[in-house]
Design a protein around this ligand. Structure first.
Ligand SMILES: Cc1cc2nc3c(=O)[nH]c(=O)nc-3n(C[C@H](O)[C@H](O)[C@H](O)COP(=O)(O)OP(=O)(O)OC[C@H]3O[C@@H](n4cnc5c(N)ncnc54)[C@H](O)[C@@H]3O)c2cc1C
Length: 435
């Protein structure tokens, strides 16, 4: 690859990178989109739910041609004890028209999305690893790749290389993430006949359902998930790395444990595991967002810790941040100024967007999980909630008042034994969820 000059180079063809490349190429810039995988999506993994709004901001009615699995009409939350669950959920046909979100598989979806950037004019450079940033003084002026003669020069480099972001580290904008800023997720794709999936989840053709799982993670901070695709289920669990280290448990052991739960067993029975993979999720939240731009560069998506773990949203934050970085690049190009004075407009745009506002709202959640008492939140409390529900619904001659007292005392015991502990946790939870 001969030394080449571009208006912009994008590193990483995940949702953030492809959105940035699409925006800039559509705006007439000469763009290179570099991806280390054999093709976009080859290295990527998510649960995964794709949300309409932010992709549609870029490509209207994209879902009519994008490879998506099922339109989600129902979202459930199961709080698990060993062999029972307290269940919540919401089903609504209004989620179909217009669609709110879908299940998807990254291998197909990322390829399609990157192909849109390509169609808009971006040059795809795949199976190529960016090894370092090229600089002139403090200014980033291009990238070095692992190809022979693989230096690419550009006015702007957009860093969208995901959670491990070697380039983010090279820029000095973030360090190695701490074990309590990332969770490690494992996922299986389990094949089942389409009709079996629809019967088990109470769905019509094309309709989908998601289930988030709390509890039964060996007392570690983590969440399980079970999503319906056309002919497969996506089943996985993500656990905070700090807890995995402390407890010396492997994430696949947690997944195997979850599989034994009778309600899960029933859903996956007879299925064949087609894929198994693992990936990190950035969960540091608002306070882990690094500086977003400098002279000649911007950073977006997972590389900038833009994940809303409470609502399992990541792809939509990635695609929006990529679009905002792309739009800022277009302004910079028009002005002929690629310094932080202009690229800093990207920081301001992110600050005005739902990305910053939503992450700020849940700013305290990271602290709540860092209470060093994952066993209470993800073990004892789900167990106590299940026991309280069991007792309350059991008709055994005990008066309702006594049952209520018992349920309350079980919850109190789970959080420390005193009424004040329950109150404190409630307050902490409220604050964590409200900025
Ligand atoms: C288990 C799991 C479940 C999830 N569930 C959901 C969900 O249901 N809904 C949701 O919205 N989000 C979900 N997320 C989060 C979502 O996947 C991410 O937030 C999103 O993919 C971030 O996009 P990105 O483009 O920033 O990074 P990525 O998708 O990670 O893309 C980064 C790309 O950069 C490439 N790359 C890295 N380094 C280099 C290099 N040096 N040179 C060239 N290329 C490079 C990688 O190969 C990759 O293709 C989940 C994540 C996980 C792990």
């Amino acid at each position: 690859m001969a030394e080449e000059r571009f208006d912009a180079v994008v590193v990483g063809a995940g949702p953030a990178g492809s959105a940035a490349a699409y925006t800039m190429a559509k705006g007439g810039l000469k763009v290179a989109l570099i991806e280390r995988g054999e093709f976009p999506g080859a290295k990527n993994l998510f649960g995964g739910v794709v949300y309409r709004k932010q992709f549609e901001d870029l490509i209207p009615e994209f879902w009519k041609e994008a490879p998506l699995e099922r339109t989600i009409v129902e979202q459930r939350l199961w709080v698990l004890a060993e062999d029972s669950a307290v269940t919540f959920g919401h089903r609504n046909n209004r989620y179909k028209e217009p669609p709110n979100c879908w299940t998807g598989l990254r291998v197909k979806f990322d390829q399609w999305f990157a192909s849109q950037a390509e169609k808009a004019g971006a040059l795809p450079i795949y199976e190529t690893v960016v090894t370092e940033l090229l600089r002139e003084g403090e200014k980033v002026v291009g990238v070095r790749t692992d190809r022979e003669d693989g230096d690419l020069y550009a006015d702007i480099v957009i860093v969208a290389d995901g959670v491990n972001s070697l380039l983010g580290k090279a820029l000095g904008v973030h360090r190695e993430w701490k074990p309590d800023e990332v969770s490690l997720a494992v996922k299986e794709v389990i094949a089942l006949p389409r009709q079996t999936i629809q019967d088990r989840f109470n769905l019509e053709d094309g309709e989908g359902c998601t289930i988030e799982l709390i509890g039964q993670t060996c007392g570690m901070a983590g969440l399980g998930f079970m999503y319906t695709n056309q002919d497969t289920l996506s089943f996985g669990v993500g656990v905070m790395v700090s807890d995995l280290k402390k407890q010396r448990v492997k994430p696949y052991q947690v997944l195997d444990g979850l599989k034994k739960h009778p309600m899960i067993q029933r859903l996956i029975q007879g299925g064949e595991v087609k894929e198994y993979s693992g990936h990190l999720i950035p969960e540091g939240g608002f306070d882990s967002i690094p500086p977003l731009s400098g002279d000649g560069w911007m950073i977006c998506g997972d590389a900038a810790q833009m994940v809303n773990a409470v609502h399992r949203e990541g792809t939509n934050l990635a695609v929006s941040s990529g679009r905002l970085a792309g739009e800022t690049a277009l302004k910079a190009h028009a002005r002929g100024d690629f310094s932080v004075a202009t690229l800093g407009g990207y920081n301001a745009a992110v600050r005005e967007s739902f990305i910053y506002k939503d992450l700020k709202k849940y700013r305290g959640v990271h602290g709540l999980l860092g209470m060093d008492d994952s066993d209470m939140l993800f073990g004892k409390l789900p167990d106590a909630l299940n026991e309280a529900a069991y007792q309350m619904l059991l008709v055994d001659g005990v008066t309702k008042k006594d049952k209520q007292k018992l349920a309350f005392s079980q919850l109190r015991e789970a959080v420390g034994g005193k009424n004040l502990d329950l109150l404190r946790l409630g307050l902490k939870g409220w604050r964590a969820m409200n900025g």
